[in-house]
Write a protein that binds this ligand. Structure first.
Ligand code: SF4
Length: 272
């Protein structure tokens, strides 16, 4: 899909952690907008997207001087108390433009030189492997959470055709884990998957988070309903997966290979 990129000069980058992220002192978005443009992305319903006059997934604002701003903000925030950061809540920090712009990498460099108490990196992009050197330097103060909504590529393509292929995400999780970076596979939003899914995850990680629209979209499923996501399940003849109890299917399958304390459900899996 054609993308429109714009350079922006924000005054601040660290935002207060609220709502679903209330367990964090801050959230951090290196970009505004997201090229992956997932169909179910709840940001589609937020003012940043609604007032843009352009389709979500077709535009990205690149935050200039991000590292210098965050360096100052981080120092100030640390002087006030513990700093726990969620990166990112409304963009993917490793979307394609990050190859060239390296805003996320520059933010990690700041955090390596002045570490927060904890950093949670949420992505679905294999590009995160480029930054293994920096992630390792954060030790146990970081966790990389890789979204893996399903193991079925045809399902992934139906819901998020522009996002990276699932095998590349699993491979990346494995690489990060082998290198010693704390990782989590995040099945969110949970899409229809096969019985073999838990085994694939088990080969890569020992921590899994499972979340769905009803628990995890911040509105009890209302935002997702407004997006008309149910129709995408209908097209596939898989409507039974669009249900508040459907996550039990995957949970029970996960329990066959993961222990109870390795499986986190919804918000618990995103906490610092
Ligand atoms: S990667 Fe995340 S932020 Fe980007 S479109 Fe998909 S759900 Fe939204």
């Amino acid at each position: 899909m054609k993308q429109e990129y714009m350079y922006k000069y924000p005054k601040t980058l660290l935002n207060k952690g609220t709502g679903f992220l209330a367990g964090y002192s801050h959230s951090l978005n290196p970009y505004t907008g997201c090229s992956f443009g997932c169909s179910y992305c709840y940001v589609r319903q937020m003012p940043v997207s609604i007032f843009r006059n352009a389709q979500w997934g077709t535009w990205v604002d690149i935050k200039q001087d991000a590292a210098a701003i965050v360096r100052k903000e981080l120092r100030r925030a640390k002087a006030k108390g513990p700093v726990t950061i969620f990166m990112s809540s409304s963009t993917d920090p490793y979307q394609p433009i990050e190859h060239k712009e390296q805003i996320t990498r520059s933010l990690l460099e700041v955090m390596v030189s002045d570490p927060p108490d904890f950093l949670f990196v949420q992505t679905r992009s294999p590009l995160v492997r480029r930054d293994i050197d920096l992630l390792l330097r954060l030790g146990d103060k970081v966790r990389v959470s890789m979204t893996v909504e399903t193991d079925r590529e045809e399902i992934r393509k139906h819901f998020s055709p522009e996002a990276p292929p699932i095998p590349a995400r699993l491979k990346t999780l494995q690489l990060l884990a082998e290198a010693g970076v704390p990782v989590q596979a995040t099945i969110a939003p949970m899409l229809p998957s096969s019985e073999a899914f838990p085994q694939l995850l088990h080969a890569a990680v020992n921590r899994v988070c499972l979340d769905d629209y009803f628990m995890g979209d911040g509105s009890g499923g209302k935002r997702t309903r407004n997006l008309g996501i149910q129709a995408l399940y209908k097209q596939l003849g898989l409507e039974e997966w669009y249900h508040p109890s459907a996550y039990r299917i995957v949970y029970d399958r996960l329990r066959q290979v993961f222990s109870e304390d390795q499986i986190y459900v919804s918000q618990k899996g995103f906490e610092p």
